[in-house]
Design a protein around this ligand. Sequence first.
Ligand SMILES: [Zn+2]
Ligand SMILES: [Zn+2]
Length: 386
Amino acid sequence: MGGHEQSTVASWDAIGFRRDLHAHPELAFDEHRTAARIGDVLAAAGLSVESGIAGTGIVASLTAGSSDRRIALRADMDALPITEATGLPYQSTKPGVFHGCGHDGHVTMLLGAALHLSHTRRFDGTVSFIFQPAEEGRAGAKAMIEDGLLRRIGDTRVFALHNWPQLPVGTLATKAGPIMAAADRFDITLSGRGGHAAEPHLTTDVVLAAAETAVALSTLVSRRIDPAQMAVLSVTRIESGASHNVLPGTASLTGTARSFDAAIRDRIEAELRRIVQGVATAAGVEAEIDYVRYYPATINDADSVATALAAAQAAGLTAMTAERPSFAAEDFAFILAERRGAYAWLGQKRGDDDPPLHHPAYDFNDAIIPHGIAWFTELVEQELAA
Ligand SMILES: [Zn+2]
Ligand SMILES: [Zn+2]
C-alpha cells in the first residue's frame, strides 16, 4: 500500500498506453505483444495474473477484504484486417492491421480500472479482469470458456462495454434482453452443366440460378418471418464465370443473417435451405449449403442492466435505456449464455461525420477513457460494497 502504488496509479499514462497499442495492433489470437504489455502492468500493480488462456487470453484477479462475493469485467484485445486511413501520428505501424473497433481503448479502460481499484481497494470481495483475444469473428470468448474461463471467474455476474460512435460522449446506454444480434454465415455453391453461351439449351445455367437465388433469399425475411420480429438477411457476394462466351459450371453465393430470437434463427436457416433447394431444383442445378451459426445473440439480464445503469449514473455519466438492439454481433454473447451480466455502449461521438466502427478512418476517442474506468470502478464498488 501507500506511496509506491499511489505513484504507480497516478503516473500511469493511459492515453500513451492506448496509443502504443494502437500503433502495434494484432489480429485475432495473435495478441502476444498486447497481452504481454497488459500482463506487465497488472503484475506491477500486484494483481495475480493468469496468462496464455486460449493462447493470448488473460484473467487477473484482485481481492480486498474477506467476502467471497465476486464480479468479473471483460475487455477484448484484437484488431481488424483493415488498412488504417486516419493519418494519426500514432497510426498503425502494420500495413493491413488496424484497431478499427477501438479494442485498444477497451483494454486501456479495463486496465485503468484494475490499477485504480488495486490502489483504492474500496470493495469487499474478488474482481476478475478478463482480457480476451479474437472478438472479431473468431469467437475468442468461446475459446476462453473452453480453456477454463468460467472455473477461473467462479459464479459471478460479468460486465463489458463497447465504445459507441453514435452515442454522445458522457453517455452510457444498454437494455434488458437482446442487445447484439445472433450472426450466421451462409455459403452456397451451385453446380451445373456449363457450356457454350450460344447454346444455353444444352447447359444448366448456374449464373441465372445464382441470380434467382439471391432474389428469392432477399424475400425470406419479408415473406417468411413475422413482421413484428427483428431479422435481416444480406447476400454479400456472388461469384461465377470468367468469360463472355462461356456458361460456367459453378457459381457461389455468400451472405449473413442476423436475428435475436432462437426460434426465428431456426426458421431463417430452415427457410434458406428450402428456398435454395427449391430454386436449384427448378433450374436443374445442384446446391450445396454451408450454414454456420457463429455468434449467438447477446442477451442482457434485467437486474444486471439496472446495475450497469446505476453504476453509470454514479460515475457521472448520463445513463440511457437503448431503444433497440444493434444488428452487429459480439462474442461476449458466449459469456452471457453461461453467466448473468450486461453489455453496455459507451458514447464516444465527436460529431455527425464520425466514421463508424470498422471504417478505415475510425478513431477511438481518448476523452472517454476516464468514463470507462469510472464505470468499471463503480460496478465493483457497488456490487462488492464494503
Ligand atoms: Zn468490431
Ligand atoms: Zn468491437
